[in-house]
Design a protein around this ligand. Structure first.
Ligand SMILES: *Cc1c(COP(=O)(O)O)cnc(C)c1O
Length: 375
């Protein structure tokens, strides 16, 4: 089938066969293909290089691989031993998995509006919900890959004692980790650090790490061969660990290409006096996807780019409460505007421009010119 688009919105950037081959040979020589094999073990140690913390903090952190971020989030939630019927605060602007893991873990999702500037569920917003009702855990999201403030979430935990699990799915390599809150990253093919399918849990809590790992392996803990909890199978196979090790090797080059594209975009919007359309933190990190605000003209911008065979996406949209699967957790559509004013504002405004390491300066200029002519 002919590709209708001249410029793709997202192109996975994974290791080529020759880059993975040495690790696959190693795996085959080991005759060890899953169940926390040598490659997985090495990957769990090596991936700490991407956690953006000093050596001392690194020593304290436990890294546990999973089959996906979704399985990791669900099993970490279950490993936290929250009370039955626990209420977990999550943002409205996120990928559906953020809500489904709460429900699959047996808890109740509570939707929070997001911040006008960062488009995220911030500690300040979480405080207002915690003051107004009982919240047992908070699961903020690193929106479109923009890292969350470890300093502010650590302070939130110190102050409230409420567990914080950051759904940092799209932020591996951008999100710094800390010792007081927990982090889950995705290594799905469409994320900046892709291996195909994979998740990574990072925490300073060794007991929590061990319990989440046990749940990913049928509930086995220790060598007794007895299931100590009702687990599942959510392990990362050695094939994916091999991809992960190869991805670490090419990460500096991959990030250099992504950074260059981010810079081209920022330069273009600044030169045109339209930097207000960009995310407020886009110069401090390299996002997973490149979302812009469009003065409420999202549909027009998408149509104009589509006309030129340039693919766009509205990542994280519609908001969670508009997905039929989650509507029951906020079924009063009349109240959406009152409950989630910022999300309602952003939902017709945000558009995801093409963003991947294979774009060149001319592509970015073409895209910018069409956007600028439309808004
Ligand atoms: C991609 C994503 C997920 C799901 O990650 P998988 O590894 O595909 O399970 C969850 N939450 C957010 C915010 C995401 O962007």
């Amino acid at each position: 089938m002919e590709n209708p688009y001249r410029i793709q919105c997202l192109v996975p950037d994974l290791p080529a066969p020759h880059e993975v081959l040495p690790y696959l040979h190693e795996m085959h020589a080991n005759r060890w293909y899953s169940n926390f094999g040598p490659l997985n073990h090495r990957f769990e140690l090596e991936i700490k290089k991407l956690l953006m913390v000093d050596d001392q903090t690194c020593e304290q952190m436990h890294t546990v691989t999973f089959s996906s971020a979704t399985t990791a989030l669900e099993l970490v939630l279950r490993a936290l031993n929250l009370r039955q019927g626990a209420r977990v605060l999550i943002p409205t602007l996120t990928f559906p998995a953020t809500a489904s893991v709460v429900l699959n873990a047996g808890f109740v999702p509570v939707f929070a509006d997001v911040d006008k500037e960062t488009w995220a569920l911030t500690p300040d917003i979480a405080r207002t919900y915690c003051d107004a009702s009982v919240i047992d855990a908070v699961m903020p999201v690193t929106v479109f890959g923009a890292p969350a403030s470890t300093q502010l979430w650590d302070a939130f935990y110190d102050e409230t004692g409420i567990q914080v699990i950051v759904d940092a799915a799209a932020s591996l390599g951008q999100q710094q980790v800390s010792t007081k809150v927990h982090f889950v990253f995705s290594m799905h093919a469409t994320k900046p650090f892709g291996v195909g399918e994979g998740g990574l849990f990072v925490t300073a809590d060794g007991e929590l790490a061990a319990q989440a790992r046990a749940l990913s392996n049928f509930g086995f803990r220790g060598a007794s061969g007895k299931a100590k909890a009702v687990g599942t199978n959510a392990k990362m196979a050695e094939y994916f660990a091999a991809m992960g090790l190869a991805q670490i090797d090419r990460w500096p080059d991959l990030m250099a290409r992504r950074t260059k594209v981010r810079d081209h975009y920022v330069d273009a919007f600044k030169a045109g006096g339209l930097q207000k359309m960009l995310s407020s933190s886009v110069e401090d990190h390299v996002p997973a996807v490149f979302m812009i605000r469009t003065k409420g003209r999202g549909a027009d911008v998408m149509a104009a780019l589509d006309e030129e065979r340039i693919h766009t996406r509205r990542w994280y949209l519609p908001p969670l409460y508009e997905h039929p699967a989650f509507a029951a957790y906020c079924d009063d559509t009349m109240r959406h505007a009152a409950l989630f004013p910022i999300t309602e504002l952003l939902k017709n405004d945000l558009v995801g421009l093409p963003f991947h390491g294979f774009l060149n300066d001319n592509d970015v200029r073409d895209i910018y010119d069409i956007v600028a002519a439309t808004v």
